[in-house]
Design a protein around this ligand. Structure first.
Ligand code: PLP
Length: 380
């Protein structure tokens, strides 16, 4: 099956009880048993729920994986991955990282004795010194947030294999439409389904997809034991969102290209970070591992002008100043004061998150209206 067909049908079947085409919202916490232990595969909704189960199978299908697990948020999914580790274990992670991931690593898990190394992963040849026998996980975000760096997933998988540890890839920015890390050797794919998978800015959810049965068993145990599951209504919303993922992503990519080119040519804009440009430092890796370049990008204003950047995000009329990304509507954000405020200024600027940096999530509106809006907001 090709992607568009899997998005609509993958892992799904008509409701056995009624023939309903759409997966029903099984809004129930528990299930009748005919005698103790005799049930239809469902006992209690933290452990398993038919709507969540349908979504988990659908997600596995579109990521070319065997197992899917859904959580109450993207961070709850990351939380479950780190709970695979023990005190004394070490993680090597990209330094250009979603702020909330950095926060859970450094402010929650470090105090349980897990050690995190943050590094530039543009070249794995220089990273051997960070790995030792305690290294258990390599964590990669690509494209990275908000600098749109691209990390070579196959090179990351080779590095993880060499050091005998797992590779986890946060695939939120690309979505399964643009890249499938399991096919490139990743062990675990993570999504904030809040973003492109849900696609309509109406739900918060996270997901893990993987192939290894033993690892899936451990993660199911953590999902059920820690209990950060998502509800049936939210599962329904994400299932519905995924049915148009391929259509939305096509438009996100088309609009993204036009917006990136427009910004690049604008006199008030200094640098545009978008992996589709041939002079992007990792453009060749993006071309190798992604099917297109997506609708996420960042730019700085000339002279690193904080005021200009602030005026821009305050003056947009079609774009909305808001956290998050990946919905049908175009959003803009100011990472230094919003999504990345949890990262100290010094750390932030090392990775390029300057005060004048603006991040765009280009939506699927009419492109002329988007370009007009950017033009007027940059004038001010
Ligand atoms: C939003 C986001 C997360 C966290 O997901 P939540 O659903 O907000 O918990 C993790 N990684 C990336 C890249 C994100 O954009």
């Amino acid at each position: 099956m090709k992607f568009g067909t899997k998005a609509i049908h993958g892992g799904l079947s008509h409701d056995a009880a009624t023939g309903a085409i759409m997966t029903p919202i099984y809004q129930t916490s528990t299930y009748a048993q005919s005698e103790p232990g005799a049930h239809k595969g469902y006992e209690y909704s933290r452990t398993q729920n038919p709507t969540r189960h349908a979504l988990e199978k659908n997600l596995a299908s579109i990521e070319n994986g065997k197992h899917g697990l859904c959580f109450g948020s993207g961070l709850a999914a990351i939380d479950a991955v780190i709970k695979l580790l023990n005190p004394g274990d070490e993680v090597i992670s990209t330094s250009d990282l979603y702020g909330g991931t950095y926060r859970i690593y450094t402010q929650i898990f470090e105090k349980y004795g897990i050690k995190f190394h943050f590094t530039d992963m543009s070249n794995f040849d220089n990273l051997d010194h960070l790995a030792n026998e305690n290294t258990k996980l390599i964590w990669v975000e690509t494209p990275t947030n908000p600098m749109l760096n691209i990390i070579d997933i196959e090179a990351a998988a080779a590095f993880a294999k060499k050091h005998n540890c797992l590779l986890g890839v946060d695939n939120t920015f690309a979505s399964p439409y643009l890249q499938n890390p399991l096919d490139m050797g990743a062990d675990i794919v993570m999504h904030s389904a809040t973003k492109y998978l849900g696609g309509h800015s109406d739900v918060v959810m996270g997901a893990l997809i993987l192939n290894n049965d033993g690892l899936a068993e451990q993660l199911y145990f953590i999902q059920n034991s820690s209990g950060a599951v998502c509800g049936p209504m939210d599962s329904f919303l994400v299932l519905r969102g995924i049915k148009t993922l391929h259509l939305r992503m096509q438009r996100h990519c088309e609009n993204g290209k036009k917006v990136a080119e427009f910004l690049q040519a604008h006199p008030v804009v200094d640098k545009v970070y978008w992996p589709g440009f041939s002079d992007h430092p990792n453009h060749y890796v993006a071309k190798k591992q992604m099917r297109d370049f997506g609708g996420m990008m960042s730019f700085t204003t000339v002279d690193d002008n904080f005021e200009k950047a602030k005026r821009f995000v305050s003056n947009v009329k079609v774009f909305v100043l808001a956290e998050s990304l990946g919905g049908v509507e175009s959003l803009c954000g100011h990472p230094a004061s919003m999504t990345h405020a949890a990262i100290p200024k010094e750390e932030r600027e090392k990775t390029g998150v300057k005060d004048s940096l603006v991040r765009l999530s280009v939506g699927v509106e009419n492109i002329d209206d988007l370009l007009d809006d950017l033009a007027q907001a940059l004038e001010v």
